[in-house]
Design a protein around this ligand. Structure first.
Ligand code: FAD
Length: 389
């Protein structure tokens, strides 16, 4: 069967792009192939749903500004006849703590964020302790607080885009793409596990951490590795009400949920690579993450791990940033992968950007620097050198 666009993977990226395409031109034939409609292992639903303005690259900041605008009216805009996506937005603020070694890069990021009119404050450590009573800090000189940063339910955002895209005419098919077909330097469609072939001049591989394996047979060698991250749900004695999400200089983070329960994690170089979804044990929390947390925030000295889950980061080992757009050497092959832990919040702008590209329109936010050229030229575009959040 022939289509205008085939999208491989119906997670946040695939579904946002399907929505933007159908909204722009309802006459398009867009088919989204999703191998698991329960999304049990999709990174989108396993993510923390954190959204922040605090990035150090202009593109990432502009992307988040758009996300925050979109999320404000998301439930209304994405309502269908049968579904209203309640995304449960909370604006608890993200507080990125800086020690002496990280002060300069924190202030550099802040300068750019302010140039772009973002609501971010620098607080020194005594101001932090005053503003958030109970938060005693050690080895911290200050931190940046993003006032509008916060979290939403990522599953609701995914369902919102998916259901709206379907209402507008996109077709979702539960199947697995086993190969992307190509002839003469252009994609021609995809081959499905069920045996059928779909023909299309544009194939968007939105397969998250599975993307690199899918495009490798085409000679596209992406520096992306599926990396397991375990997230811990922890009962503590530290009040959650009124507290911001805490990001330590090491990359350890603690997100306040409710009733003194926090969600905590830390990306480490030794995180397992592959497609295993068994969470790392509690020892990893007590032996590795907890001591690092206590070094800066000793008030977390009494806690208990309640549960944990694991999902995949699509880690871009070149620079920790996404690879977005048409691959330079294969016509019609679109990618959006390598988000390295900050992709959920980028789905509104990335979906719009790819739809604009497919439709030959100029981009509302120019993401060309995040394209594949830098991968081929081996020129990293760092957000945070050496640190994934
Ligand atoms: C533990 C954790 C916490 C995170 N926290 C945050 C956060 O707080 N904020 C943030 O912005 N980001 C966060 N992220 C990152 C974020 O989840 C991802 O960057 C984002 O969801 C990627 O979306 P996606 O659509 O590209 O991938 P996915 O959501 O993984 O979707 C890809 C889909 O493709 C399907 N698929 C794969 N291969 C095939 C195939 N061959 N055929 C058909 N279908 C296929 C899969 O089944 C899947 O549903 C987190 C990630 C993890 C793991």
């Amino acid at each position: 069967m022939s289509h205008d666009v085939v999208i491989v993977g119906g997670g946040a990226m695939g579904s946002s792009t399907a929505y933007h395409l159908m909204k722009a031109d309802p006459s398009l034939s867009v088919v989204v192939i999703e191998k698991d409609s329960t999304y049990a292992h999709a990174s989108t639903v396993l993510s923390d749903g954190n959204v922040r303005i605090q990035f150090n690259l202009e593109e990432n900041i502009r992307i988040s500004q758009h996300t925050m605008d979109v999320l404000r009216t998301f439930a209304d805009d994405m309502s269908t006849a049968t579904f209203r996506p309640e995304i449960g937005a909370r604006h608890q603020g993200n507080l990125f703590l800086a020690d002496e070694a990280h002060r300069e890069s924190a202030l550099e990021g802040l300068e750019l964020q302010r140039e772009l009119a973002c609501d971010v404050l620098w607080l020194d450590s005594s101001e932090i302790e005053e503003r958030f009573p109970g938060l005693e800090l050690v080895g911290i000189v200050g931190g940046t607080l993003g006032i509008d940063d916060g979290s939403v339910d990522p599953g609701a955002v995914l369902r919102g885009y998916r259901n709206k895209a379907i209402e507008l005419g996109a077709h979702y098919l539960e199947d697995e793409v086993v190969a992307v077909s190509e002839a003469g330097g252009r994609v021609t469609g995809v081959h499905l596990r069920s045996g059928s072939d779909l023909i299309a001049p544009m194939v968007f591989v939105a397969a998250g951490a599975w993307s690199a394996d899918l495009v490798r047979p085409l000679g596209v060698d992406l520096p992306i590795v599926p990396t397991m991250r375990t997230v811990y749900v922890v009962s503590t004695t530290v009040e959650t009400a009124g507290m911001p999400s805490l990001f330590l200089p090491s990359g350890v983070y603690a997100l306040p949920e409710s009733d003194r329960t926090w969600v905590m994690a830390w990306s480490r170089p030794e995180d397992p690579i592959g497609f295993d979804f068994t969470p790392a044990g509690r020892r990893r929390f007590t032996d590795v993450i907890w001591p690092e947390l206590l070094r800066n925030v000793p008030v977390f000295d009494s806690l208990e791990v309640r549960t944990s889950w694991a999902g995949l980061y699509d880690v871009n080992t070149l620079d920790g940033n996404a690879i977005i757009g048409e691959w330079p050497t294969i016509g019609g092959l679109l990618l959006a992968t390598g988000f390295s832990g900050h992709g959920f919040q980028q789905c509104p702008a990335v979906g719009r950007y790819l739809a604009e590209h497919i439709l030959g329109r100029s981009p509302t936010i120019d993401l060309a620097r995040l394209g594949g050229e830098r991968i081929l030229d081996n020129e990293p575009l760092y957000e945070h050198e050496g640190r994934l959040i």
